[in-house]
Design a protein around this ligand. Sequence first.
Ligand code: HPA
Length: 273
Amino acid sequence: MDPTPDAAIGALKAHGLDSLPPLAIVLGSGLGAFADEARDAIAVSYLDIPGFPVPTVEGHAGRLVVGAIEGRRVALFQGRGHYYERGDPGAMRLAIDAFRELGGEALLLTNAAGGLNKEWAPPSLVAITDHINFSGANPLIGYIGHDRFVPLTRAYDEALLATLHEAARTADVEINEGVYMWFSGPSFETPAEIRAARILGADLVGMSTVPEVILARRAGLRCAAVSVVTNYAAGLAGGDPSHEETQAVASQAADRFKRLLRAFIRQYEPRRA
Ligand code: HPA
């Protein structure tokens, strides 16, 4: 494990990013282009930041873009590292730690997910209220020190969740709430796994976000997360889920999702120090 984010911070400073804004958004499938809407932006390729993940997934650009949206400075992670890419559940560790060190306090994660609720027709948007880690992995394995024992009782911040709902209302976007279950991927689930997930209390299944939330909570960041349901989970609707479908359906929701993000950026209030 790389010990500290120092080298990453040095690279960010060398690109003019001496500090980062309090809010960062991780842009998942279909949302990457939102970063292009940032004004007066500084964009740094993950390739130029030591320890940042080099994405192997098509549709995930791999850039940190810092600029103004709705007149407010935000950090946009255009693409993420996934556990399934290299077997490292801590793929986003240095990105998250560097964000925190340079001034970050809140992380909004977005993703594409399979839906277990038949009433959520793709591409519905769902705010994540809690998660189930079904991957067997944890990004904090290998950490030394008491702060590895991170409580996850309120992993998803109530105030940020309220802001998401308020943003949805003002942007006239429908948003539901649900529990997200993390599967390692990259294979999709079996119908039996989806039946098990249902019994265990999941509303959504996906291959990201949970390790980032665990890392962010260890770093002391507040978290919120939103899924776009790109398909009914395996076995619920007959067809096979696929990466192509995930990308295509996520793109259909992009305009709505961007309206929600803009309203969230406007209404987000940094935690008082
Ligand atoms: N399962 C896991 N991840 C996903 C799915 C799914 O059905 N759809 C989009 N991402």
